[in-house]
Design a protein around this ligand. Structure first.
Ligand code: ADE
Ligand code: ZN
Length: 343
């Protein structure tokens, strides 16, 4: 019998993915296929490497939004969802809470988007056993009035698989406060809440996402390190930060994952609850397995840190309590066994 490689063992670790954007998971060949079928033009590129290189977050978001326009019909949404979950599952994910960017498919009705996405989720659960949930991301750049309209559409087309909303796109100068009303209305309607903060914006945006938007989780959060009092508060409250190692090397000033002061390393060392996620994997030339490898091999996550992080991602997911309890107890020994093999 062949022994598993380290990389295979990392992939075998059971995982919950809490921070991945559906439109950021479109494989380049799928985007090309769909664009051709739907007569949509993609940005000009000589090679995928050329298309997928960005100077910063704003630059990345332009390409992200352009690629999303290749997705038009119900079956296109089914396909990209199925492919995203197939890849997540092959990297060990058993539950995936994924963002979608409904505004980026200008004019495609939410009913069409959701129909295809739910088909993809159902097919992937049947074929790979992976569970998943939809989290529409509100594009902060479009402002609070558009956000209210998006929430109207989300609620009008709501399905059981839709568990919460997020807030994404470029942070500064789009602070969280103007979205207080729309987030409060989402919460009153039983939706969970999360927000991108502290990626390109200041620690103050992490603070107001918690205090004003009343989010359950923070996506990224790196710039919280500017504010030691807030770090102490978040350590105390145990709020989850969904971190994405490769993203930091493209969209933040923390370009070197091996730097001793990399923010994800420092957040973990400061005792914050951190999970490892893939964000926009093909667009950042990564996948969930590689992100876990980066955490363990470069960012200083030892076996105990990794186990704590995985169990926390079950705990801070929006799955039902019975499943969380079952998975926490079942995964405990499974994680230990795989980590022991890696030692
Ligand atoms: N949408 C997709 N990826 C994103 C990121 N890293 N930050 C903000 N918005 C995003
Ligand atoms: Zn993100």
């Amino acid at each position: 019998m062949q022994t598993a490689t380290r990389s295979e063992l990392v992939r075998a670790l059971p995982k919950v993915e809490l921070h991945v954007h559906l439109e950021g998971t479109i494989q380049p060949h799928t985007a090309v296929d769909l664009a051709r079928k739907n007569s949509v033009s993609l940005p000009a590129f000589d090679s995928v490497e050329d298309l997928y290189s960005y100077s910063d977050l704003a630059d990345f978001l332009v390409i992200y939004t352009a690629l999303a326009k290749s997705v038009v019909e119900v079956d296109d949404f089914r396909r990209i969802t199925y492919e995203m979950l197939q890849s997540a599952s092959s990297n060990g994910a058993r539950h995936v809470e994924f963002f979608i960017s409904p505004h980026a498919h200008d004019g495609i009705p939410f009913s069409v988007q959701f129909e295809g996405i739910v088909k993809g989720m159902t097919d992937a659960e049947t074929d790979f056993g992976v569970r998943s949930a939809i989290v529409p991301g509100i594009n902060r750049e479009l402002g609070p009035a558009a956000a209210e309209e998006y929430l109207d559409e989300i609620l009008a087309n709501r399905c059981d698989q839709l568990l919460g909303i997020g807030l994404d796109y470029y942070e500064a100068p789009y602070p969280p406060e103007p979205f207080a009303e729309v987030f409060a209305r989402a919460r009153r309607n039983g939706l969970h809440l999360t927000a991108h903060a502290g990626e390109a914006g200041p620690a103050a945006y992490v603070r107001s996402s918690i205090d004003v938007l009343k989010v359950d989780r923070i996506d990224h959060g790196y710039n919280i390190l500017e504010d030691p009092d807030l770090v102490a508060r978040c350590r105390e409250s145990g709020i989850m930060f969904t971190c994405c190692p490769s993203t930091t090397t493209h969209t933040t000033s923390a370009r070197d994952l091996s730097a001793p002061d990399h923010p994800i390393r420092r957040m973990k060392e400061a005792g914050l609850v951190v999970s490892i996620n893939s964000d926009d994997p093909p667009m950042f030339r990564t996948d969930l397995g590689k992100e876990y490898e980066a955490a363990m091999d470069v960012l200083g996550f030892g076996p105990a840190d990794m186990k704590r992080s995985i169990l926390a991602s079950i705990e801070h997911s929006w799955m039902d309590d019975a499943t969380k309890k079952l998975w926490r107890s079942e995964w405990d020994a499974e994680i230990d066994r795989i980590l022991d093999q890696m030692a």
